[in-house]
Design a protein around this ligand. Structure first.
Ligand SMILES: NC(=O)CC[C@H](N)C(=O)O
Length: 253
């Protein structure tokens, strides 16, 4: 599949994301937003759009707000077509914040003009950076091959998923929750295992159609076994994040 890793000033982990798709033998390239702006590249030439993490535009206003506003002005119609055609969009961390700002998530009744949720400042009021445990909550093209419990790292200041009661009911009803934070023993997460205070301990959601994923933890930072801190003690064939990439790639085979 043809994968685009979207970049603007301040995005990060593009290289880890690129490497992950390359390892899975996909046609992957970096795509700077300005190339879409001047029409040197077009979204319809790709099958997967990957919006990486980072501190796009310095996290000014709100994390992801400026990136989303610029993307919306340049390519909103193309983004809608991309989603309607069943192509895949993944937003990791800052990328998740962008997808919420764009109304591509949670999109309980389809793409929304205004954001239906927010990724607010963490309850701790500080940047939280640690390995978390996640429980798989739905079956989608992003989670198909993923074990029930995985461990991925978070690194964010604005990761608290909040929405109103009605939207949350729809998210649950539509089975849009992809991963929840849990404690290491598998029980309901409390701080620090829920690092931000997210409602329902939400770490990742999909749209109702299941072709757009927003995830706060970073699967690309856990693609290889040696990226895990316990790698020399615990034998792993793959990093836990590998399974998310594999699920996406194998979907069309
Ligand atoms: N790792 C990230 O993408 C961080 C996202 C954003 N800069 C935040 O701190 O919330």
């Amino acid at each position: 599949m043809r994968v685009a890793i979207l970049q603007i000033e301040g995005t990060n982990c593009e290289e880890e994301s690129y490497t992950a798709f390359k390892e899975l033998r996909q046609e992957v390239e970096y795509l700077h937003l300005n190339l879409l702006k001047n029409r040197r590249k077009v979204l319809e030439n790709y099958d997967i759009l990957f919006i990486p993490g980072g501190f796009s535009a310095g996290d000014y206003v709100r994390a992801g707000a400026i990136f989303a506003a610029r993307l919306k002005a340049i390519a909103m119609r193309e983004l809608k077509n991309f989603v309607d055609e069943g192509k895949i969009i993944i937003g990791v961390c800052n990328g998740f914040q962008v997808l919420i700002e764009l109304g591509l998530l949670p999109a309980v009744d389809g793409i929304s003009e205004k954001p239906e949720a927010a990724l607010m400042i963490n309850d701790s009021n500080k940047f939280e950076c640690r390995w978390t445990y996640l429980k798989k909550e739905n079956d989608s093209i992003f989670t198909k091959d993923v074990p029930d419990i995985i461990s991925l790292p978070v690194a964010h200041a604005e990761g608290k998923f909040v929405t109103d009661k009605k939207i949350m009911e729809r998210i649950i009803e539509n089975k849009q929750i992809a991963f929840k934070y849990i404690e290491p023993d598998g029980s309901k997460a409390h701080y620090p295992w829920n690092p931000n205070g997210s409602m329902e301990d939400i770490a990742a959601i999909t749209n109702p159609q299941g072709n757009v994923l927003g995830i706060m933890p970073h699967p690309e930072r856990a693609f290889f076994p040696y990226q895990h801190p316990d790698w020399s003690r615990k034998e792993r064939a793959r990093g836990d994040g590998f399974w998310i990439f594999k699920s996406i790639i194998e979907r069309k085979h």
